[in-house]
Write a protein that binds this ligand. Structure first.
Ligand code: AMP
Ligand code: ZN
Length: 477
């Protein structure tokens, strides 16, 4: 398999260890708010990577952290702790916020068929590990104390900027705008390993340390949690592209200075989900969540399908129109699968291998999921029986995780029914009922323009309303 390595800036042949074990570390969510669908694009594509490696027979061990302390509003070292911001917003404690949004994150993952990593570790569980690494860095001369905080000294490194051909000057104070300079730093690129003094004295979670009561920097958590569970050598490190600098750059600085050798072989970065106004981000205030998609009547798996249709190293533009197109294509795909009938036939192994080869070729080429989806469509064109086609679809779905067979069999049942709503996707049913209710309300208020708009919105989605004496009924398709 070829995989693009952001550290070397080229596609490389993926070479596993001799025992076939593959270790993956993933930067987890900062649990101060719901994940937006941009965050979830990153996790969905990382999920495909993990599942594909398993599909190829590797023994994958994947670890993810949960950031519940230390991630300041700027990815540099300034601004308020995001967790504290969330707690203030909701008048709760930081730990209450952390628990609530961790649960919400995994609920969203479940809806998108994103597998929970083998190990999930909240940062607040690992304070002794952070202190230990900071002590090592101080002993080895890679860190210094200034103004009460412990900083990493980037001037001690032979090479600091590993990922991109960025201009050093532009990056020196962090990539974000409005980043204030910290007068304690010896070099502009230095970063905090442990805070005892920050501008925010109301930091809720603090721990004793050899340098006073304080809390860890964000970057140190990933270096330490990866080491705790996966040792000193890591195969793949994942994250969104915005994490490449300064977060991952700083992780490399800390880990390699601690271990005294190269740490991670492959860096896998997922590019952003953008809206017409740029990167989807929580700091802009407006962002889309999986629940919002459901409220609007979309099956979350349609969003996964939408993500799979484009390559992870390209920015993906989100619009409702694009999502609607994905839904139409997905519904058609499911109905084509539903038309296949295995009839107990034997699998044609030659055709199976041919179909599978296309799928492997697509994903072996730097996880080209859009070509993998094309390989899925190609299955219908193969000259073989339906049993073989269904076997291929089930096989591909081990990686794509679109519930293709399950959804098709539900659809078949629906088609066999004369009436009744029992088998309609409950999310869609909820949406339709809410829309019918909103239209009834609009009519009651004599807002006929709104009532017509609702009817048209449903019609555009293939849902026709019929007003009868018993109330409004609907038909789909
Ligand atoms: P956070 O919870 O902010 O720490 O981010 C969780 C993950 O989502 C990180 O890997 C980010 O790099 C990634 N991410 C943030 N914004 C986007 C976006 N618009 N599109 C794709 N991934 C994103
Ligand atoms: Zn991280």
């Amino acid at each position: 398999m070829y995989i693009y390595n952001s550290a070397s800036r080229r596609k490389e042949v993926f070479t596993p260890r001799e025992d076939g074990r593959v270790t993956i570390y993933t930067c987890g969510p900062t649990v101060y708010h719901f994940a937006h669908i941009g965050n979830l694009r990153t996790y969905a594509m990382e999920d495909v990577l993990e599942k594909y490696l398993r599909y190829l027979g590797y023994d994958v061990d994947r670890v993810m952290n949960i950031t519940d302390v230390g991630h300041l509003s700027s990815d540099g070292d300034t601004g308020e702790d995001k967790m504290l911001k969330g707690a203030k917003r909701e008048h709760k404690t930081v730990m209450e916020i952390a628990q609530f949004y961790t649960d919400a994150f995994f609920a969203d993952c479940k809806k998108l068929n994103i597998r929970i990593p083998d190990t999930v570790e909240p940062a607040t569980n690992c304070i002794p590990e952070f202190i230990d690494m900071v002590e090592t860095l101080l002993k080895k001369g890679y860190a210094y104390e200034a103004g009460g905080n412990i900083y990493f000294d980037t001037s001690k490194l032979e090479k600091y900027y590993v990922f991109n051909d960025f201009e050093e000057e532009d990056l020196a104070v962090g990539v974000r705008e409005s980043v204030e300079e910290d007068g304690n730093k010896k070099n502009k690129a230095d970063f905090v390993l442990w805070f005892t003094k920050s501008k925010f004295d109301d930091q809720e979670l603090k721990w004793p340390s050899p340098w006073g009561i304080g809390y860890p920097g964000w970057h140190i958590e990933c270096s330490c949690i990866a080491r705790k569970h996966l040792g000193e050598y890591l195969d793949i490190h994942c994250g969104g592209i915005d994490n490449a600098f300064p977060h991952h750059t700083n992780e490399i600085a800390q880990s390699e200075s601690t271990f005294g050798h190269e740490w991670c072989k492959y860096w896998f970065h997922v590019h952003h989900l953008n809206t017409s106004s740029g990167k989807m981000s929580k700091s802009k205030g407006e962002f889309l969540t999986v629940s919002l998609l459901e409220d609007k009547g979309y099956d979350p798996i349609v969003y996964r399908f939408f993500c799979l249709q484009s390559h992870y190293r390209k920015n993906l533009v989100f619009s409702w129109e694009n999502l609607d197109n994905a839904r139409i294509a997905f519904d058609k795909l499911i109905s084509r699968v539903a038309q296949l009938d295995a009839k107990g036939e034997a699998i044609d192994s030659e055709a199976f291998d041919e179909g599978k080869k296309r799928f492997l070729t697509a994903l072996d080429n730097d996880l080209n999921t859009s070509l993998a989806v094309t390989a899925l469509y190609d299955v219908f064109k193969l000259k073989c029986n339906d049993a073989t086609k269904l076997a291929l679809i089930a096989d591909f779905d081990k990686v794509l995780s679109l519930d293709l067979i399950e959804k098709a069999s539900k659809l078949e049942k629906n088609e066999n029914k004369e009436s009744g709503t029992e088998d309609i996707d409950p999310v869609l049913l909820k949406y339709i009922n809410e829309m019918i209710e909103a239209r009834r309300e609009a009519k009651r208020e004599k807002n006929f323009a709104e009532a017509d708009r609702i009817r048209d919105e449903l019609l555009a989605k293939g849902i026709t309303l019929l007003d009868t004496r018993e109330g409004t009924k609907f038909s789909i398709g």
